[in-house]
Write a protein that binds this ligand. Structure first.
Ligand SMILES: NC(=O)c1ccc[n+]([C@@H]2O[C@H](COP(=O)([O-])OP(=O)(O)OC[C@H]3O[C@@H](n4cnc5c(N)ncnc54)[C@H](OP(=O)(O)O)[C@@H]3O)[C@@H](O)[C@H]2O)c1
Length: 236
């Protein structure tokens, strides 16, 4: 019997997260815990789940809410029992707008930090015991080119950029604190989703298939690093 690989993905109602589920659903070896804020309203997700070859579970999770993060552990425990969680994909994210560093709204800044930084960090902390049961545990933190100093992308999107730079640092800190788990940050490229817009360069399937290759090949020696969707190293 083929060994099962278990994944938990956040923000799967649409966009890049939905595409991860679509690609993983094609293999009977995958057990996918697809989380989203409102499962009842996630019609595209439900359509994929109904036709999946893999084993699919849809669970509620708002990564901007610490109670919701704590609550997801019960679902994970019920689904995987004594087995391991092999992959945690911290994909969910929010974009608080294009304002520069002189026009930051405190409310949207705090929402971005909660959703894009604290949420992924606390979810990894909550699920660490399940990840540590895996032979090769991997945690992906979905970053952005806007979080990179090296790309020099100018003054816009200050709050979002700060949140993704902070997520990159969390990734480094996680890798240093837990050398038995592979952590990495990834820039998916500019992707055609609700967040990326129609003018974006990449189709979601191209970005996601590249990241899936990276997820499957990355080694412990590469833990704590920052990549692009094609597996090349991104400048910090
Ligand atoms: N598209 C791009 O060009 C691009 C570039 C760089 C980085 N990224 C990153 O890639 C990730 C996915 O983005 P996307 O392009 O797929 O964006 P999207 O189409 O706007 O989708 C965002 C997803 O995140 C979910 N989400 C937002 N806040 C959440 C919360 N508090 N709890 C749980 N889920 C939440 C949304 O769920 P709801 O349906 O409930 O709102 C939705 O499923 C994000 O981290 C984003 O920052 C995207």
């Amino acid at each position: 019997m083929a060994t099962k690989t278990t994944w938990l993905i956040t923000g799967t109602s649409r966009g890049i997260g939905l595409e991860f589920v679509r690609q993983l659903a094609t293999s009977a070896e995958n057990v996918v815990i697809a989380s989203c804020r409102n499962p009842d309203a996630a019609t595209d997700l439900k359509a994929i789940v109904s036709k999946a070859k893999g084993t699919m579970h849809v669970v509620p999770l708002d990564v901007g809410d610490l109670e919701s993060i704590k609550g997801v552990e019960k679902y994970v425990k019920d689904i995987i029992g004594d087995e391991a969680l092999d992959y945690l994909l911290n994909n969910a994210g929010t974009h608080p707008g294009e304002a520069d560093a002189f026009n930051i709204s405190p409310e949207t800044f705090i929402t971005a930090m909660n959703t894009n930084v604290l949420g992924p960090a606390k979810l990894a902390e909550t699920l660490l015991p399940y990840l540590e049961r895996s032979q090769r545990p991997v945690v992906m933190n979905m970053s952005s080119g806007l979080g990179s100093f090296g790309f020099d992308l100018g003054p816009i999107c200050a709050a979002y950029s700060v949140s993704k730079t902070a997520l990159n640092m969390i990734t480094y800190k996680q890798a240093k604190a837990k050398p038995n788990v592979i952590f990495f940050a990834v820039d998916p490229g500019w992707v055609k989703t609700e967040m990326g817009g129609e003018g974006a360069q990449l189709e979601p399937d191209v970005s996601v298939s590249g990241i899936l290759k990276l997820l499957k090949s990355i080694s412990l020696q590469q833990s704590g690093q920052y990549f692009r969707h094609d597996g090349s190293t991104s400048p910090w």
